[in-house]
Design a protein. Structure first.
Length: 108
């Protein structure tokens, strides 16, 4: 992988891979927004519910492959393998950081 992941982003990927979902509270800001599969999830509770549902529905694993940072934005290309058509796929995860927490994430 190109560079080291910021702690909050690394925590997000650990939770995505099955770590305790309560750890999300330490990596997302209170007003964070996640966009995935044409849906927008706002705030910690909605983000946690989205991630738990995605884990249940797709039983996936995600492996960060490459990282590029531009200012407060961090783009992580990741291989996602799971119970969905076309698996595995490579998806871009575009994060925007506010201080040491994720304020925005778009997956596509």
């Amino acid at each position: 992988m190109g560079t080291q992941l910021h702690d909050s982003i690394a925590t997000f990927f650990r939770v995505s891979n099955g770590a305790e979902a309560s750890a999300l509270r330490h990596c997302f800001s209170e007003s964070a927004v996640v966009r995935d599969e044409s849906h927008t999830h706002r705030g910690y509770e909605a983000i946690q519910a989205w991630l738990l549902e995605a884990r249940r529905k797709y039983a996936y694993a995600v492996e960060p492959l490459d990282v590029a940072q531009q200012g407060a934005s961090v783009k992580v290309r990741a291989k996602v393998t799971g119970n969905f058509p076309g698996s595995p796929v490579e998806l871009d995860h575009v994060f925007r950081l506010a201080g040491d927490r994720i304020d925005f994430l778009e997956i596509g």
